[in-house]
Design a protein around this ligand. Structure first.
Ligand SMILES: *[C@@H]1O[C@H](CO)[C@@H](O)[C@H](O)[C@H]1NC(C)=O
Length: 247
């Protein structure tokens, strides 16, 4: 009898421990290698008993929300189709792999910027269809996620997190010139020590390379930006109902 009680109590404890450590994770993904890398981590989270929900665009061609899966999906329906999205991304890949390496750093940063600026409209549609869909936001709010995992390549993930009141983790430190990390994340990035992303330098720099790195930093601050920050300031301010200023 006593043994039975002990094992019951132990079992109950295991149940509690199990629940106590399991969280609800909401994911704002991106395509291509970004998704493939992230998926591995998310699968591990599933293995450990966490609940993972992917908030994805209907245009996605790698995040396969049609197939049965251990992930939950919330799909944001946007106007473009998957073929268009895939074609556009393939064009970019072609440029990134075949053309950008032949250009100077300034030129390739410029090509990169144009790609992102051209995508603003698509990003905007996705963002508006997420944050202004009351029933979707309410559903996400009610699920009470513990954390959001955000691929910051596609803007708006952090806005969703803010609106839901959920803390978030970014999957990569990537913005061109480290602009977002420096200004929003307050990451200490001394131009004479930390190589600016997209600058092609390493953490071992000669004096002249440090000077170059400094110039890259200024260039990314004042000349070239990965996203149309003024536009996103406006959209975020509108959605949050308070004036934000990043740029
Ligand atoms: C809003 O979200 C709900 C729930 O995900 C979905 O069923 C509905 O189609 C969405 N509405 C619009 C206009 O996208």
């Amino acid at each position: 009898m006593f043994e039975k009680w002990v094992s019951t109590i132990l079992l109950l404890q295991f149940c509690c421990v199990g629940c106590g450590f399991c969280g609800k994770v909401l994911v704002w993904p991106c395509e291509m290698s970004h998704w493939l890398n992230l998926k591995t981590i998310l699968e591990e989270l599933l293995q450990r008993g966490h609940e993972v929900t992917i908030l994805t665009s209907s245009q996605t061609f790698l995040v396969d929300y049609h197939k049965p899966s251990a992930f939950n999906f919330e799909v944001i329906f946007v106007s473009g189709n998957q073929e268009d999205a895939e074609k556009k991304l393939n064009e970019f890949l072609d440029i990134a792999v075949n053309i950008m390496p032949t250009l100077s750093l300034w030129e390739s940063a410029n090509v990169f910027q144009n790609f992102f600026l051209e995508a603003t409209e698509q990003f905007e549609e996705l963002c508006r269809k997420a944050v202004y869909n009351e029933s979707l936001m309410e559903k996400l709010r009610e699920t009470k996620y513990d954390v959001m995992v955000i691929d910051p390549m596609i803007p708006c993930g952090e806005l969703v997190a803010e609106l839901l009141g959920v803390p978030f983790v970014n999957t990569i430190r990537l913005s061109m010139g480290n602009t977002i990390e420096r200004y929003c994340g307050h990451l200490p990035v001394l131009p004479s020590y930390v190589p600016v992303s997209m600058g092609g330098l390493t953490d071992r720099m000669t004096f002249m390379e440090r000077v170059k790195n400094m110039m890259f930093t200024l260039f990314f601050d004042f000349v070239l930006q990965q996203y149309d920050f003024q536009f996103w300031d406006q959209l975020y301010s509108e959605a949050l109902g308070k004036r934000l200023c990043f740029s």
